[in-house]
Design a protein around this ligand. Sequence first.
Ligand SMILES: Nc1ncnc2c1ncn2[C@@H]1O[C@H](COP(=O)(O)OP(=O)(O)OP(=O)(O)O)[C@@H](O)[C@H]1O
Ligand code: NI
Length: 420
Amino acid sequence: MREDVLRVEGLSTRFFTGEGQVNAVENVSFDVREGEVFGIVGESGSGKSVTGLSLVDLVGSPGEITDGELWYRDAELADEVREEFPDVVDGEYVDLRGVPESVRTSLRGTSLSMIFQDPESSFNPSLTVGEQIAEAVEVQQRASSRPRSTRARTDGEEYSLGSLVLSFALPSRRYVSEESRERAIELLELVGIPDPVERADEYPHEYSGGMLQRAMIAQALAGEPDVLVADEPTTALDVTIQAQVLDLLSELQAETGMTILLITHNLGVIARMCDRVGVMYGGEIVERGTLEDVFRDNVHPYTEGLLGSVPDLESVGGSLDPVPGNVPSLLDHEMEDRCYFADRCPKAMEACLERPPDTRVEADGDHVVKCVLTDLEYGESPPLPDDHFETEGADASDGGSNESADASDKSASPDGGDSR
Ligand SMILES: Nc1ncnc2c1ncn2[C@@H]1O[C@H](COP(=O)(O)OP(=O)(O)OP(=O)(O)O)[C@@H](O)[C@H]1O
Ligand code: NI
């Protein structure tokens, strides 16, 4: 079996906003194996992007990782930090949450790299695409030309910029070496951009969406990362180009052996690309396992709902509209102390009024589900009436008077749920 390159344990990321605390990622755990494509799928607002940003330490204010461990396998790094930070080293693994920020920064782009959801926002409009990719190449070269222990201790100017994103967003010194420029052109060619020598001198706005997406992949690859976090790499593209970009990622992976964490709301993309997958809902991973576990032997009614929403798994189209109702706000004070999906769940039972634990379907497997149905049959605990959650938040004083007024379409009674 392939070894884990990343072990995420109990990751929580919150935003502290004027409206309250947003629990964007809530106690999330999963492993990513070397050379695999691990998918994260879920509706909009379920916490996918924030999970990705947390892994590359790019959660910006007012957000913050508040809990959890991110064990990354890097024997060399482990040797370098073992003496100074023994508690955050376990064999070849280093808990990236426990090392100085400068170490995490030095890994970004070179060990862990990210393709962002919106290609336009990751390029500086006033610099040519070639210059920006060459910059990424130079970041990689600077990183590898210094021993890591030095990098860990010096908060050198290049690294204190904080992130690749920032270094791309800031007006650049215009010089990049001829060598890195050539490498940039090679990378543009690698991702299938025609006439790369000419295109390198063009500005982002001269690129089509598909080409810019490719250029962003080139930028992410400039650092030769071990792990590439690809957040919705094809969402903005038409179906044909989507397929091309996905094929490109597969090819690059086959060539370089890199590991990909693929974030998408599209189950067709998951089916086509991934080895294993985690389904996110309400900031949590509610079911994870192999494609087979999740597509065929799924346990969580949310997973079932997602699959029901995709008529044809082979098609790369289709977005998610799984079950009636809305994703939770993730505002801490609005999150009930129960299964977050219970209010939309066709199989909600009294047992769902408590927080369900992560449960392994088989003791030795890695199919893990956050749902009481892993151990219970539906009906073993008394099912909740359809209108249970409609009256849940209602004012105690007008008790039963609103019972039909809020009935959802699904549970509407024939005598007039529609007439409100
Ligand atoms: N900068 C921020 N400030 C406050 N809240 C944020 C911020 N960024 C994300 N959030 C909140 O975190 C939650 C998770 O957002 P996230 O972007 O991870 O969702 P997503 O699953 O990637 O959705 P999509 O499919 O739309 O990209 C949302 O409730 C969102 O409003
Ligand atoms: Ni997102």
